[in-house]
Ligand binder design. Sequence first.
Ligand SMILES: *Cc1c(COP(=O)(O)O)cnc(C)c1O
Length: 242
Amino acid sequence: MTPSVHANPPHDALRDTLQGIDNAAQSAGRPVPRLLAVSKTQPAAAVARLAAALRERQPDRIPAFGENYVQEAAAKQAELASGTDVAAIEWHLIGHLQSNKAREAATLFDWVQTVDRAKLVDALARHRPAGREPLNLLIQVNIDDESGKHGCRPDAIAALAAAIAGHANLRLRGLMAIPAPAPEPAVRRQAFADMHRCFRALREAHPRVDTLSMGMSDDYPLAIAEGATMVRIGTALFGRRS
Ligand SMILES: *Cc1c(COP(=O)(O)O)cnc(C)c1O
């Protein structure tokens, strides 16, 4: 007899996380955001396990996983391809993308959340394989205007959005941010609120935009309170990365 999956610690972490997301949405009076499971440094087997648990809990959704590095994602996908899981997972790139990796990224991923310059838009459009669904893109915003950080300035969003909208094989979905870790919740919350303001402005010009990706393990309730439609969670699901 196979043991009940609910006896497994990863399933408890998933249950607690989904409950935490539900609670945060409910107390803020917001729609429940999508969960992106961040699987960087986790082996393919852990992705397969969590994907199965997600399918069990949310049968009408495709499990979404986020990876930071193109090479790591390629290896993991190759390993999963020997099973059946790879096609049934929606893959998101959430790490910085160098232009010389654009071809591989445009092939391996369904979403790229880290578009922050026009050159990358053109490279992704050029390399998205013909016959595939349009590549979903989020514009990464450096909302705290930290020097040396990736992401575009808020005043560059409109031009980048227009560049993306000019390509039939790219689909502009919204915005993503990784606010600076601030000890005081009020400061973090302000960054999330600023992102939501950018998101509303973007939607004025591009009404089909539907995704505001922000919030991680230690701050997702604040992000949800300020209107996140997707939270990116690693540690709370998989445990601390070694
Ligand atoms: C690692 C990472 C996450 C997940 O962070 P946790 O604190 O482990 O939940 C989310 N977004 C990005 C861009 C990351 O690099």
